[in-house]
Design a protein around this ligand. Structure first.
Ligand SMILES: Cc1cc2nc3c(=O)[nH]c(=O)nc-3n(C[C@H](O)[C@H](O)[C@H](O)COP(=O)(O)OP(=O)(O)OC[C@H]3O[C@@H](n4cnc5c(N)ncnc54)[C@H](O)[C@@H]3O)c2cc1C
Ligand code: FES
Length: 265
């Protein structure tokens, strides 16, 4: 059931250069959200605009009754949102979309880029609570693109990084440390599943590895969204059905998470 909750901003802090953590008191949503789902936020100072902004859920804590998103300031909506202060009210709609499966066979390998680590963090909290030991692979152009690493480390997640300029972690692409881990797992016969969110190039690279190794891969697609609830067809992604037919899935209701083997790139 969809909830459009009037939330109160609890904190609103920097999450890195140009990024913010927005924490809102939202007890109903905090209890209802699952990893990989997203929320649609109405930016208060843009009340005249009917359009909301979609954000992945970075964390939902039912005990504290809080929901956290981590966002990048990229345009009018996120710039206006960044000016909101604790105590302010924000309408938040959710839970939206289908998220990641939390039952996982073997080691969960989480692969993120940019704000794509946001849904992976919520996923990691639930995987760790279920007794899994996830490994996070995160990449960016420079160290400034590696976000929220301390939050993953605090969960006990094994974090492996790569940057294009070598300013943090391995120099190169995040797929390099991922491939090293895949080789090691293949040698030891260890089972794993892949979970990813980030730029399209990364999603495709991870999906290829899932399909190539015959292991499950769960891909969170970032598509421009308008309504967020299935009505406008702005967020189409071609997906294969079990009978081989291809259909136009709407990322907001059929996704944003899809099985790697089903995506038509
Ligand atoms: C399911 C989903 C989850 C998302 N999760 C997050 C998140 O956790 N953190 C976060 O920072 N952002 C996330 N986004 C992207 C976020 O919704 C957009 O950055 C935001 O709506 C931009 O609003 P704006 O008014 O500031 O920018 P606009 O003025 O509308 O656009 C500014 C620039 O951002 C680009 N942009 C807008 N929407 C997207 C998009 N969906 N993907 C890529 N580029 C976009 C535009 O093309 C333009 O170049 C998510 C998007 C989706 C669909
Ligand atoms: S955003 Fe309108 S159908 Fe997906």
């Amino acid at each position: 059931m969809l909830i459009d909750e009037e939330t109160t901003i609890v904190s609103h802090e920097a999450a890195g250069p140009g990024y913010r953590f927005l924490v809102v008191a939202a007890p109903k949503l905090a209890a209802a959200l699952a990893p990989g789902q997203f929320v649609h936020v109405k930016v208060p100072s843009l009340e005249s605009s009917a359009l909301r902004r979609p954000f992945s859920v970075f964390d939902a804590d039912p005990a504290a009754g809080t929901v956290t998103v981590m966002y990048k300031i990229v345009g009018r909506g996120t710039a206006a949102l960044a000016r909101e202060v604790p105590g302010g009210k924000v309408m938040v709609l959710g839970p939206l979309g289908h998220g990641f499966p939390v039952a996982c066979t073997g080691t969960p390998l989480l692969v993120g880029g940019g704000y794509g680590v946001a849904p992976l963090h919520f996923l990691a909290t639930r995987l760790v609570a279920a007794g899994h030991k996830p490994i996070l692979f995160v990449g960016g152009r420079t160290k400034d693109d590696l976000l929220a690493l301390d939050r993953f480390a605090a969960l006990g997640v094994d974090v492996r990084t790569a940057t294009n300029d070598g300013s943090a972690g391995a120099k190169g692409f995040v797929t390099d440390p991922l491939d090293d881990a895949l080789i090691e797992l293949r040698q030891t016969g260890g089972a794993f599943e892949l979970f990813t969110c980030g730029p399209d190039g990364l999603l495709k690279a991870v999906a290829q590895r899932a399909v190539g190794t015959g292991r499950p891969g769960w891909i969170s697609m970032d598509r421009h969204m308008v309504c967020g609830v299935g009505g406008c067809f702005a967020c189409i992604q071609k997906i294969k059905l079990p009978n081989g037919e291809v259909y136009n899935a709407r990322c907001c209701v059929n996704g944003p998470v899809f099985a790697a083997a089903d995506i038509v790139w």
